[in-house]
Design a protein around this ligand. Structure first.
Ligand code: ZN
Length: 122
């Protein structure tokens, strides 16, 4: 009798279905603005692995580090100008209605992008 798969791999089933960087690229790639935005982000921040950002997924939000390059990228991709004095900006991608939020406080500045463009708020 052939019992090749007698010892089925265990442990895999117990793993949480985590979102991977590939999933994120697929999600954002569906949109003609969000896709190029992410691609450019990865080029700019070549020292920051997208996998790391994905590991920091906060619920359904991808959190990216903010810097002047990203500011420019947001403007070019979405048409939103984030001025120096801004501490908070909550907006939507004009194409797919994906929500993105810029937030600055004393410690850090981040740009959070919602993975799913469905049900933008929540
Ligand atoms: Zn979009």
């Amino acid at each position: 009798m052939n019992r090749k798969n007698d010892k089925a791999e265990k442990g895999k089933s117990g793993r949480k279905t985590a979102v991977t960087a590939t999933d994120v690229r697929k999600q954002l790639g569906l949109c003609g603005r969000c896709g190029p935005f992410l691609a450019s982000y990865e080029r700019l921040e070549s020292d920051i692995d997208l996998e790391t950002a994905v590991a920091n997924l906060d619920g359904k939000w991808l959190t990216l580090d903010w810097n002047p390059n990203i500011r420019e990228l947001v403007y070019r991709s979405y048409g939103n100008r984030v001025d120096i004095g801004f501490y908070h900006m909550d907006s939507l991608c004009p194409a797919c209605r994906r929500r993105f939020v810029f937030h600055a406080d004393d410690h850090e500045r981040t740009l959070r992008i919602r993975l799913s463009s469905e049900g933008g708020y929540g």
